[in-house]
Design a protein around this ligand. Structure first.
Ligand code: GDP
Length: 300
């Protein structure tokens, strides 16, 4: 299971406590539910989601006439899988022909550049040709940092100088991708998340430039979130994610945190799929999200 190692901290903070609770209390009663609630909130599942989950569990326990706490664990994992699955696809949308264009947005430090580098590596190892666009012309060092990843992975970076118009960089990148018949174009953006209208303005301009050249692009707009920030990641996604053209989420640094429960809160409170998760700093440490495997990694 690809998630197992990366989720070790979350497993300790969450599942091991649930297991301990089940062994200790044995029976499902009010105190049991209260303690379970505390554990889930402690793992950053989020108050609203915890309440819903506990209500769901109560109903199921009643329906199936369960008294033994040990019988609750499979029901809990069942509920979590259903919740994480939701009704939208975790798979990345790819162009049916021509170049697939994926834009990345996210505040500084969340792991945007790293994710682009890892994804470039993943596509390349699948035999696809990849091009990177240094669309974050705003943050000092962003272009160089992307170039470091470019040379590490062995893919070219389309860039202009710092401070230039990101839409112009995108134009160059889309032209180059078309000319060379590139399979995947991964675009960094400054994605200014200081406020929503900045983000929308910048993205709209980039959308226009890309669509003029490739009418069905961008195929994905991924918002990158740092899982170690727990509830903050959820607020960021709520504030900027919906209605700004974002099509999916990437949750990074799940390996470094006990707050993996945030994935559950995000899935429950937002109508945006988690597409990818970052499970380490290395090139290989990026996985497509899979709800069943994720839950199994927690409970295995
Ligand atoms: P950006 O400012 O959003 O482009 O963020 P960076 O890509 O520069 O990442 C910021 C820091 O987070 C770097 O030190 C990365 O190595 C680290 N990082 C990114 N993704 C992951 C991850 O999945 N796990 C861990 N442990 N660290 C990560």
């Amino acid at each position: 299971n690809v998630f197992k190692e990366g989720l070790a901290k979350t497993r300790t903070a969450f599942v091991e406590k649930v297991e301990e609770l089940i062994l200790r209390r044995k029976k499902i009663d009010e105190e049991f539910y209260e303690e379970l609630e505390e554990i889930l909130i402690g793992a950053d599942v989020g108050v609203m989601t915890v309440m819903e989950l506990i209500d769901d569990l109560r109903a199921e326990v009643k329906k199936r006439k369960i008294e033994d706490a040990a019988d609750l664990q499979p029901i809990l994992s069942e509920k979590l899988v259903a919740l994480l699955k939701g009704d939208n696809e975790a798979e990345l949308k790819m162009a049916s022909s021509g170049t697939t264009v994926i834009l990345f947005v996210g505040v500084n430090g969340v792991g945007k550049t790293t994710t682009i580098g890892k994804l470039a590596h993943k596509f390349k190892s699948e035999g696809k040709s990849v091009l990177l666009a240094a669309g974050d012309t705003f943050r000092a060092g962003a272009i160089e940092q992307l170039e470091v990843w470019g040379s590490r992975v062995g893919v070219e970076v389309v860039k202009q100088q710092a401070g230039s118009d990101p839409a112009a960089v995108m134009f160059d990148a889309v032209q180059a991708a078309k000319q060379r018949g590139v399979d995947v174009l991964l675009c960094d953006t400054a994605g200014r998340l200081q406020n929503k209208s900045n983000l929308m303005d910048e993205l709209n301009k980039i959308f226009r430039v890309i669509r003029r050249e490739m009418p069905d692009a961008p195929h994905e707009v991924l918002m990158v979130l740092d899982a170690t920030t727990g509830q903050n990641a959820l607020s960021q996604a709520k504030l900027f994610g919906e209605k700004s053209g974002v099509t999916g989420l990437v949750l990074t640094k799940l390996d470094g945190t006990a707050k993996g429960g945030i994935v559950i809160a995000i899935r429950n409170e937002l109508d945006l799929p988690v597409k990818l998760v970052g499970l380490g700093e290395k090139m290989e440490d990026l996985q497509q999200f899979d709800s069943e495997q994720f839950v199994h990694a927690l409970f295995a």
